[in-house]
Design a protein around this ligand. Sequence first.
Ligand SMILES: [Zn+2]
Length: 376
Amino acid sequence: MADGCTFERTAQDGKARLGRITTPRGEIRTPAFMPVGTAATVKAMLPESVRATGADILLGNTYHLMLRPGAERIHNLGGLHRFMNWDRPILTDSGGFQVMSLAELRKLTETGVTFRSHIDGSKHELTPESSMEIQRLLGSDIVMAFDECPALPADRDRIAESMRLSMRWADRSREAFGDRPGHMLFGIQQGGLEQDFREESAEALRGIGFDGYAVGGLAVGEGQEAMFATLDFAPDMLPEDKPRYLMGVGKPDDIVGAVKRGIDMMDCVLPSRSGRTGQAWTRRGQVNIKNARHADDPRPLDESCSCPACSGYSRAYLHHVFRSGEMISGMLLTWHNLHYFQELMGEMRAAIAAGQFEAFEARFHAARAEGDIPQL
Ligand SMILES: [Zn+2]
């Protein structure tokens, strides 16, 4: 572990792990869900509101921030924490995944990726070395190694080739990161759904040595069943005494299934993005606030939820402000969704501590099976 940072596991129930990561910027309770603050903001939320939902750490996107406003500029303005007014831990991705999904005219070589910005067409290059430098300029607490990941399905040759390139880049990332007390570097396991490639990747990463390990290359179109089948073996290949991070996951049932399989950290745009499109997540599943059935409904979204949207507003109001295109709609639904995701993490942490994860999981699925409250 990097100096100044620790990871302690305090309980385990089955494969589900309870713990905490300590950094100079604060503690991260695990299993942890990280809200995504793509462009130095969790959209529609003030940082103190994000904190009030229970988030210990945010994710920032290197690709977006390097293009606008630029990593140098953020560095000159005191770093990402000060820039966005969030003083707790921040994890940044390496930019690799988003270059592949967003940038134009990409060219992949052994050195790295050259591409054109999706914003203004300007030309850029990302390499393991430049990704480490950009993440250093941002001041990220948890830095991700630079990697490449094919969309699934892909054939075995393509998956192997891509994974081996990512492992060479992981080595270069480690070298370029150097020794930075108080900051952690995570390696990323690749290998698609293939057990042998996952093992080869894990072995390469263990040989290099990281402060934490991500399971990458999932949630890219393979579906939940295939993802869980891979998570049945992939996390076990990574060092037990280091945090394990599943990138880009997910829906509440994905999150519960991942924690059950030994994952400690996750991130997803889902709660914030769906909050802006009128979708709410509750313990009874998904609610579409656009639906006319809510127009006269004086009840809260979820009577057991203590978030501002549920304690102060009716379904009828949430329906009205969404239909009217009012900004408060995205604000309230995002707050509720982030609150729900953090409550879910808290419930899982309590269940693991009590050795009751299985009972928790049964309750979780039973509540969802009931579906939303009946129409009035
Ligand atoms: Zn709520």
